[in-house]
Ligand binder design. Sequence first.
Ligand SMILES: Nc1ncnc2c1ncn2[C@@H]1O[C@H](COP(=O)(O)OP(=O)(O)OP(=O)(O)O)[C@@H](O)[C@H]1O
Ligand SMILES: C[C@@](O)(CCOP(=O)(O)O)CC(=O)O
Length: 486
Amino acid sequence: MPPQPSSVTALSAPGKVLLTGGYLVLDRSYTGTVFALDARIHVVVQQLRRGHRRGPSGSGADTKTAALGGEPQGVSSEDQEAADTIVVRSPQFVDAVWEYGVQRCENGGGVKVFQKGNRPRNLFVETSLSYALTYISYVADSKDFGSLSVTILADNDYYSETATSRGPASRARGRFANFGVPLQEAHKTGLGSSAALVTALVSALVIHRTMQADDLGAGRDKLHNLAQAAHCAAQGKVGSGFDVATAVYGSCLYRRFSPAILACVGDVGTDGFEERLFAVVEDADPKHPWDTECVDFGMQLPRGMQMVLCDVECGSQTPSMVKKVLEWRNANRKDADLLWGKLQNNNERLRQELKRLAQHPGSNPDGDFSGIRSSIQRTREYIRTLTQETQVPIEPSVQTELLDNLMEIEGVIGGVVPGAGGYDAIALLIRDDPTVIARLNERFANYSSTVEDDFGGKIGNVRLLGVRHGSEGVKNEILEQYAGWV
Ligand SMILES: Nc1ncnc2c1ncn2[C@@H]1O[C@H](COP(=O)(O)OP(=O)(O)OP(=O)(O)O)[C@@H](O)[C@H]1O
Ligand SMILES: C[C@@](O)(CCOP(=O)(O)O)CC(=O)O
């Protein structure tokens, strides 16, 4: 008997830090070491009774009013009234409500959601809904989704603080802050909110309609494939996918999938889309089998070590940085291959040392992390060479100055500008000891940059984020923690 949908499903997925392997991980010949964070994005899916749906205000009141236009051609207003509605809310932000109708496309084109009203679109939400519903309707007995209310709640460190989130009223609301601004105005800290969101959203919908919560472990690979497909489509490009893989599996050594796997899925609504998406999710295309490698997933940090992130109140433009670095690599293949090789070898040495210490805590009774420290320093040297060669601010001099400064603090093992680099939050490996945190906070209180940046960048207040290493991928959640929000 097919599983009966329970009325509420809640899941969460973590953010990420790509400690080493930025740019290299775009190429399947190289790998990246990526840590999951304890900052997670939560999604709660609630089944609504027919004729009852939550209004865009999120009040939960019965509303019969259909939304204000934006319907696809060929859908009569009568059908529209009776049709299923999906209301997605992100209540930590002002006006963050997206209301969708559901359109079943002809010729196997899948299920496409269309946004009602004229609020700004949220492509990550919209694409996740279309992809998840297409897959569900292809595999499930019942093509009837009913109406759904979806709530998104993000742990606070995904965004810089705002006056409202710092205030007492926000703190009184528990784990999730009220940011008091529209989502577009919130400053991201670069923890991978879109990958965590897409993963949690497609997983919650698939579990809600076609599986039981206990099936999450067994269904993880399929959810990964679906989330990668949806995230790529929403982004409009095929990235390395390390952020989605981490959201699904947790901390791991990541080797990307071959881009060809997703190259021919096509757009939702085009003929045969549902069959192509099904083949991608179920890994049923013999010409393009999934070849993602997530090794040692769920890996822990060595005993006595912790990871912290420091927001530098700035931000970088990952796509244009990636484009420039890859252009340099193509134009200077020999030098690039040499540098890529040195980085890969050194990153691998660092990872093996982290793994050895994590697996054999007894082998390091004095908590000696000097091997880790020197590998991190060497990786940074290579990254600075790459910065010079490409003229892309991967480790710009204001960040070099900050990292070097923090390295002098007792208990700081090493630090990097993670991922693509730039002016995003930096990641530090430290001794897991509150006195180290106290020393860092003391240093930040009086810190100001003294060098002129080689790329004209500036860093503002440096602030320790509350986020720590988390290791675990997508998981089921209990509803009680959302009291007051859902
Ligand atoms: N709380 C949220 N509610 C709804 N949508 C969200 C939320 N947080 C993020 N998003 C979606 O994710 C988008 C941001 O994704 P983007 O890939 O630009 O950044 P990121 O994943 O946080 O950062 P990075 O890729 O630098 O790690 C937003 O524009 C929005 O569509
Ligand atoms: C540069 C790159 O390798 C890493 C980008 O990482 P981040 O978004 O800065 O965390 C791009 C990618 O892997 O998709």
